[in-house]
Design a protein around this ligand. Structure first.
Ligand code: F6R
Length: 257
């Protein structure tokens, strides 16, 4: 794992955007894995700025979302399909039809989950997956006790996650209880992963992710088994890392390959 602690979310956005821009320059038809939530917003804004001011183009790229609330109307502003349209897709030139998302309203959700996995495979898999992390260590919505090999499925949010996400709704009662989420096994198939963690409330989850034992209790720890992952944390989110000075040393002296 590469662990990069930078002073601010804006610094993370710039360095993470470089990774994505490099990929898209090399492979214009790259498959992006997109997360919603607050953590990737500065990155999406930076990519949108590069699109506007520097001609960074996603015209040939496609994208897959990680998750969706179950039962939220497709018109609801907090349905993740709408969030990603607002925060990223509408700000760049990626085709709306090239952006795929799991369905939270399909009549047969299990069949829709299996079809979503097939769609991802047919696209050749995800080249670069952007992730946030929950305060309870979830990635996508793989909550504690998720199987480390899980696939796209319906699952139940913890009360902690519903409380964390209540800020996007009028009240916690409006936060759906269930979600469709890519599984940990699904996410692990992405060729490269960028995880972004900002703010003091992520410090424990980041310390577990990087330095804890691999365990379904902290689902993000499965990422220790990924061969190409960068964990970006701001100062606050990196505050509980025991080997912080080594990670800084490693980043300053990274080999030019
Ligand atoms: C959202 C997602 C979640 C969030 C996580 C952190 O698509 O997959 O895992 O990344 O809940 O959310 P924020 O960034 O809002 O703190």
């Amino acid at each position: 794992m590469e662990i990069v602690v930078l002073p601010t979310p804006a610094d993370i956005a710039r360095v993470a955007a470089d990774r994505i821009a490099n990929l898209v320059h090399k492979r214009p038809d790259a498959v992006l894995g997109l997360a919603t939530g607050s953590s990737p917003l500065p990155l999406y804004q930076e990519l949108a700025r590069r699109h506007r001011e520097e001609g960074l183009s996603f015209a040939q790229s496609s994208a897959f979302l990680l998750d969706e609330y179950v039962g939220l109307s497709p018109d609801h502003p907090e349905a993740y399909r709408n969030v990603i349209r607002r925060e990223f897709v509408s700000l760049v030139d990626i085709a709306e039809s090239a952006v795929h998302s799991p369905s939270g309203t399909a009549a047969d959700i299990s069949a829709a989950c299996a079809a979503y996995e097939k769609e991802m495979q047919a696209a050749g898999g995800v080249d670069i997956q952007i992730l946030g992390i929950g305060t309870d260590g979830h990635i996508a919505f793989n909550e504690p006790a998720s199987s480390l090999t899980s696939r796209t499925r319906v699952t139940t949010l913890t009360e902690q996650t519903r409380e964390d996400n209540a800020r996007f709704f009028d009240s916690i009662d409006d936060v759906p209880m269930h979600v469709v989420t890519q599984g940990l096994g699904t996410i692990m198939e992405a060729r490269e992963i960028i995880l972004i963690a900002t703010g003091a409330n992520k410090a424990e989850a980041v310390a577990q992710l990087v330095e804890g034992p691999i365990s379904a209790f902290w689902p993000a720890t499965v990422l220790q088994n990924h061969q190409h992952i960068t964990v970006f944390a701001d100062e606050e989110a990196g505050a509980e890392l025991k080997l912080r000075s080594y990670y800084d040393h490693m980043y300053r002296n990274r080999p030019e390959v």
